[in-house]
Design a protein around this ligand. Sequence first.
Ligand SMILES: Nc1ncnc2c1ncn2[C@@H]1O[C@H](COP(=O)(O)OP(=O)(O)OP(=O)(O)O)[C@@H](O)[C@H]1O
Length: 331
Amino acid sequence: MPSSAEPLIRFEGTAKTYPDGTVAVGDLDLDVREHELLTLVGPSGSGKSTLLRMVNRLVEPTAGRVLVDGRDVATQDPVLLRRGIGYVIQDIGLFPHRTVAQNVATVPGLLGWDRRRTQDRVAELLRLVGLDPTVHGPRYPHELSGGQRQRVGVARALAANPRVMLMDEPFGAVDPEGRRALQEEFSRIHDELGTTVLFVTHDIDEAVLLGDRVAVFSQGGRLEQVDSPIRVLTRPASPFVEKFIGASSAVRLLSLTTLSPADLTPGSAPAPARALRVGDSLEEAFAALATSPDGVVAVDGDDGAPAGTLTLAGLHAALRRSVREEAAAPA
Ligand SMILES: Nc1ncnc2c1ncn2[C@@H]1O[C@H](COP(=O)(O)OP(=O)(O)OP(=O)(O)O)[C@@H](O)[C@H]1O
């Protein structure tokens, strides 16, 4: 779903220094647009979790403010605030003695929904995350795989249809194969629901695959760059970002992946400064887009006839496709 320009979450000079003097987040200004999935990526200790936890008041800033929908969270009751914000963490923290269905029904229960509405919502959500309400609903968390438990965590966080989801390394403990499946499904769910998501990861490939934008942090919670995935990969804003993405498979994929007709929008671009051809690399495609005044580049087919146009969104779709294909390919 396309992101609108209005920020739903705003960090305004936000900082957190822990009592022992550790600066976890330093003087941050950052807007999160409604409907966007913003990934927060950086090495261990770069303040990502602290940042996330300041949104739902699990951590209080030592300077600045965090606004959700224009309201300073510090003025809101933390319990009510958290009911409106989904929160998913790595070790999901499902209630072990409650069934999957009861776990997902937690927030609707707190909100006083009637039984019928809650049951319908639980079934809908379990199906949404790829579980069968009849089979998995009555089970207890220990009767599920790690990946399935994470799915339940996502369903539980989505139960009351929150406008904001905070996700802290949600798929970090899942094996690589299960992790890729979860990423793809979550990407689809996000496109469908348009929930505004802040997603913490230390994996640049995950950040690029899932994010509409990517925010890269270094030690001391310093924001090095916030940009589209393609721009972060191809135009790192600092030596730190360059080094951080250095080993990313996504960078290699830009040079190895070629444009296919599926990435194009039908139609033609006005007076192309530089036309691309199906089969050109994504690196060439990015260079052409970067110099195009209106962000649209004409693409010719193998036969030299116009095949359509490419935008940054198309380029990102192509990159996502290649990341998925690489993950599916035998090692
Ligand atoms: N309660 C605390 N008291 C003191 N220091 C803390 C506390 N919580 C976090 N820190 C420190 O703040 C810094 C940022 O931690 P944070 O967990 O936010 O980083 P992170 O980027 O999420 O790291 P990771 O990827 O390892 O989870 C680290 O140096 C950490 O040791």
